[in-house]
Design a protein around this ligand. Structure first.
Ligand code: PHB
Length: 368
């Protein structure tokens, strides 16, 4: 039986164990959407994860939807990320960057010149975002024109190249949680009548184009993707045929031979069983076309669930989100079956070191 604590390959990336740190938005970037020096400490503290998927990071100015989230499209951002990846590598870790375009989950105050955010649709989401005025309703978006979509794909490509220049071992394209790519996938949101709307083939087109471009740019063995078939977060209402939609998406992604496919099971950060969905079928459809692919699962996994998933072969690697926030030594704690510290939700978004870099390792005194 395979153990959660055994090394493996995630595409071209050799990892020391099968425990992944999931991407976590922490809103602590500094001016010009540059990751801070505190982020360096935070990630180094968590470098014993087999793989860190760093927080969702904007691919362009337009891609931002929340206050103080970092980017990966300017030389200044690349230089700051480089310091972080060098330090994580020196600590023995591996790290990919999550590439993010929020689409309509944004606010005019976060857009250059106060313009409308962009989406597959002009329908506003019933959702909030976090701005300098606190939590506010997201702004009505503008539907992207057909002739703008090549530029969106080019922005992902450019951001992926920046991430590799910044020393990341690879990238994860964020196609989950009701953000831009998910806004194209789901028929509950996408109301286009062009080649990117209507049929499943049309709604999956942007996803496949982005993944093809990014894999070409940085290598398929360094490229992953994150999907969330049934999450309702960010007003991502259920697709009318979610199973068929995501089966088709993974069947089209399989021939690209990506490094990993990362699936959020159920409601992101919430219940795993909010709606019926057959993840085993999703996995077998994917693995049929990419037998060496890495299947990464996420959402509310306990130690026992993770051990069982890897031992049974239901998953190759397991991503943990919130447990990594309050347990920088999560791998050691899972290995020794030590108790886990609870996360303080008040220090999740924004602020400084408190609730970010001051969580202690097990049995060490809590740093002030
Ligand atoms: C969040 O800020 O809560 C957030 C960001 C990105 C996600 C999900 C949640 O994919």
């Amino acid at each position: 039986m395979t153990s959660l604590f055994e090394p493996t390959q995630i595409g071209d990336i050799a990892v020391a164990n099968r425990i992944v740190m999931a991407p976590l938005t922490r809103n602590r970037a500094v001016a010009h959407q540059v990751p801070s020096d505190l982020a360096l400490t935070y990630y180094v503290q968590r470098a014993s994860a087999g793989l860190i998927v760093a927080e969702a990071t904007q691919i362009s100015r337009e891609a931002q939807g929340y206050l103080d989230t970092p980017g990966t499209y300017t030389p200044e951002q690349v230089a700051a990320w480089r310091k972080i990846t060098d330090a994580v590598h020196a600590a023995g870790g591996k790290m990919v960057l999550q590439l993010w375009h929020v689409g309509r989950i944004s606010h005019v105050s976060l857009q250059e010149g106060g313009i409308a955010p962009v989406s597959s649709t002009a329908k506003v989401a019933v959702a909030k975002t976090f701005t300098s005025d606190g939590f506010v309703d997201v702004s009505p978006p503008r539907a992207l024109r057909l002739d703008e979509l090549p530029r969106i794909v080019a922005d992902y490509r450019h951001a992926a190249r920046c991430a590799v220049q910044a020393g990341f071992d690879g990238v994860e394209v964020h196609a989950a949680n009701g953000y831009l790519i998910d806004q194209f996938l789901r028929d509950s949101i996408n109301d286009r009548t062009d080649a990117y709307g209507g049929s499943i083939a049309n709604r999956t087109r942007l996803l496949v184009e982005v993944m093809t471009a990014v894999a070409q740019e940085v290598g398929a063995g360094r490229t992953g993707v994150r999907l969330s078939p049934i999450t309702p977060v960010n007003d991502a209402q259920q697709d009318s045929h979610a199973q068929a939609l995501f089966n088709s998406a993974v069947e089209q992604l399989a021939p690209l031979k990506l490094a990993f496919l990362h699936v959020i099971e159920g409601q992101t950060g919430g219940a795993r069983d909010i709606a019926a969905f057959d993840y085993a079928t999703l996995r077998s459809r994917y693995m049929a076309g990419n037998p060496k692919g890495c299947w990464m699962v996420n959402n509310g996994y306990t130690r026992q669930m993770a051990l069982d998933a890897v031992a049974s072969g239901a998953a190759d690697v397991v991503a943990f989100g919130r447990p990594f926030i309050s347990n920088p030594d999560l791998v050691a704690r899972l290995k020794a079956d030590l108790p886990l510290a609870k996360m303080n939700p008040k220090t999740l978004y924004g602020g400084g070191a408190e609730g970010y870099t001051d969580y202690a390792v097990h049995s060490a005194p809590n740093a002030a």
